[in-house]
Ligand binder design. Structure first.
Ligand code: ZN
Length: 294
């Protein structure tokens, strides 16, 4: 499989015609592993630090600028072990300069302390779940005090949070953190739709979420499952949203056809964005856009 190489000189960043953003390019995030997906779902799922680093590098070559990172232990189970995160991030850093967004969502049943461990590595970005939600038959707890603790740890360390909102009420909880000064601009949201027993993906729902974001916010649509993942790509681009794909969110390339790799999903997202006339953001673009520590 061939991927376009992103090393050639790129056009200067553009002013958004509406003046709402200083610049607009499509940012693609790849969520290569996640906590819930297994090899039974898709045999191509990367699990070890080496496999995750290879998958991240391939995704980068295909156009992903941000890596949403979960890691697994030797048995393939989700872990927040800082050493595994460190090893994986070091391996990725030897291959490319992707922006690393570590998970603090972790996996169902993990304590807050455990979930926050990878923040100790001072990544440039981290996910911050903005409320308690159903997750199929399970649920993930994120009370406001827990969110404050995560947000203030990220603020102290200069880590840009991705405010992951799985429900409309999560936008209001995020607004509370902003009001308290625990999250400062530029604001960056992940709008997560179609989690089992969560809000369904629907173009009107996505548009409604986007209208409720603070002015000038950046956001990524995260559709869970094969259909919603593809729909959210087509749904986000006209709304100037960013894209997230990867085996964490969806293991299929098409109905009944498993994805060959994370890069295959990134390649398609990049192709769709380019066909729409968008340029694909590089990690350097993301660092500038989201004012990352670098
Ligand atoms: Zn995740």
């Amino acid at each position: 499989m061939e991927f376009p190489i992103l090393t050639k000189a790129r056009a200067p960043l553009k002013e958004c015609l509406k003046g709402c953003h200083a610049m607009y390019k499509t940012v693609i995030t790849c969520a290569v592993t996640g906590a819930e997906t297994t090899r039974k779902d898709n045999a191509n799922l990367p699990l070890t630090p080496e496999e995750i680093a290879d998958a991240a590098h391939e995704a980068y070559l295909a156009g992903a600028a941000i890596l949403h990172l979960h890691v697994r232990d030797q048995a393939g189970q989700p872990t927040q072990d800082i050493e595994v995160f460190k090893k994986t991030i070091d391996l990725i850093g030897r291959k490319c300069d992707m922006v690393i967004e570590v998970t603090t969502g972790g996996a169902v049943g993990m304590s807050l302390e455990e979930r926050m461990l990878p923040l100790g590595l001072d990544p440039e970005m981290a996910s911050l779940d903005c409320g308690t939600m159903n997750f199929g038959e399970d649920h993930i707890v994120n009370t406001l005090p827990m969110m404050r603790e995560m947000a203030s740890a990220m603020q102290r360390r200069g880590i840009r949070p991705t405010l992951e909102c799985f429900d409309l009420s999560h936008l209001d909880a995020a607004a509370q953190l902003i009001k308290e000064g625990l999250v400062t601009p530029p604001f960056y949201y992940g709008i997560v739709l179609n989690v089992p027993s969560g809000v369904r993906y629907d173009p009107e729902t996505l548009a409604f979420f986007v209208r409720r974001l603070p002015k000038g916010s950046f956001w990524t649509a995260i559709g869970i499952g094969g259909k919603a993942s593809l729909q959210s790509i087509y749904g986000a681009i006209p709304l100037e949203g960013f894209l997230r794909v990867g085996l964490e969110d969806n293991v299929y390339f098409a109905k009944g056809v498993l994805a060959e790799s994370n890069a295959q999903l990134v390649q398609r997202a990049a192709r769709i964005a380019r066909e729409y006339g968008c340029e694909i953001a590089t990690p350097a673009d993301v660092r500038k856009l989201l004012q990352l520590r670098g």
